[in-house]
Design a protein around this ligand. Structure first.
Ligand code: ATP
Ligand code: FE2
Length: 329
């Protein structure tokens, strides 16, 4: 029996999840949000610092687990915003020292993918569409490789930026989805796919100009943005499926909560007879359970850092998915 506590703190969300033998027992999180304007890293870090104790005890209570039964503390080592990651590692160390347990450093992006296994996916191509990250990842020859990605900004940040332009606070994704649902009027936008990569900054500029011209409604712009950008993402994912010969598509990241996006992915999969997997919302967005889940897999392969080596504990704000040594597989 293994019980792992996982801490997520890469960006706006501070979350703690507890996993026992691959089963999620609790997954508590709190998100720093703003009414207008984007995320301020130091403010988000302050939010994490102020909420960590409360979330820790709430998560413990929900799981029904006693502190002493935890085997290890997993934490998001990167990629992410340095001030936020520092709060996470600080808290992980504090708890690990108190309980006299090791810590397990986890890559955030791979955790998004691994938690998808809970839905039954075995060897998927993952379309990872979140705030800062937009990548197509799959396991091949001993590594999680990035087959395609955004050449500039992440799709979530792109949507949030567009929302901010229209006077909507952070996060903009859910509100944009609501607006998009009220239109069926497609306005032509640039469509930028280069092989398995996409580019979004030109579309953002185009959308901003269209909005400022006052010739288009918010609803029409939101609808057209979703149809265009989601089609771009799905085109690259389909290419990755063809390239790798894999037969499963898995979604990850906060943008994957979008129901129109899910519907379009499902359609593509059924057309090419691939299986489609999407975790529940609380496991799609940034969360501690996915960190605990991958932490458990790694811990079972003896990947851990013991107390005597805590001085070497570091964060990796720019860690890339394909840099990670996947020695647990
Ligand atoms: P990363 O994994 O890159 O660190 P992140 O920290 O920004 O990402 P997530 O929680 O995975 O975190 O995703 C947040 C993003 O998801 C935000 O940009 C938000 O606007 C977007 N989002 C949430 N719900 C929806 C939705 N229904 N439609 C589109 N986007 C959404
Ligand atoms: Fe994320």
């Amino acid at each position: 029996m293994t019980i792992i506590l996982g801490i997520e703190s890469t960006a706006h969300t501070f979350g703690i999840g507890i996993v026992k033998n691959g089963k999620v027992l609790s997954n508590v999180r709190d998100m720093y949000s703003t009414l207008s304007g984007g995320i301020i890293p130091l403010e988000a870090a302050k939010h994490h610092c102020e909420n960590s104790e409360r979330i820790y005890f709430e998560s413990l209570e929900k799981s029904g687990i006693k502190e002493k039964d935890i085997d290890a503390i997993a934490f998001s080592q990167g990629p992410g915003l340095a001030p936020c990651l520092l709060e996470g590692v600080k808290f992980a160390k504090q708890i690990a020292e108190k309980l006299n347990k090791p810590v397990v450093p986890v890559n955030h992006c791979i955790a998004h993918l691994e938690i998808g296994k809970i839905t039954g996916a075995k060897n998927p191509v993952m379309l990872y569409a979140s705030g800062a990250n937009t990548q197509i990842i799959a396991y091949e020859s001993g590594k999680y490789r990035i087959f395609g990605e955004t050449l500039d900004i992440g799709v979530g940040n792109f949507i949030d930026n567009f929302a901010r332009e229209m006077g909507i606070g952070f996060p903009g994704g859910p509100k944009i989805q609501e607006l998009a649902g009220q239109s069926k009027n497609y306005i032509e936008l640039p469509y930028i796919v280069k092989g398995m990569d996409i580019s979004l900054s030109g579309i953002l500029t185009n959308l901003k100009q269209k909005f400022e011209s006052k010739k288009y409604s918010k609803e029409d712009l939101a609808y057209s943005m979703q149809e265009t950008v989601f089609a771009m993402l799905i085109e690259t994912a389909e290419r990755a499926l063809a390239h790798t010969g894999k037969k499963e598509l898995l979604l990850g990241g906060g943008v994957s909560c979008n129901s129109r996006f899910q519907e379009m992915c499902k359609k593509m999969c059924s057309e090419r007879e691939a299986k489609f997997f999407v975790p529940s919302r609380d496991l799609l967005v940034d969360n501690g359970a996915m960190i605990a889940f991958l932490g458990e897999i790694m811990f079972k392969k003896k990947i851990k850092i013991d107390k005597k080596d805590f001085n070497n504990l570091d964060i990796k704000p720019r860690q890339r998915t394909d840099e990670v040594n996947v020695s647990w597989k």
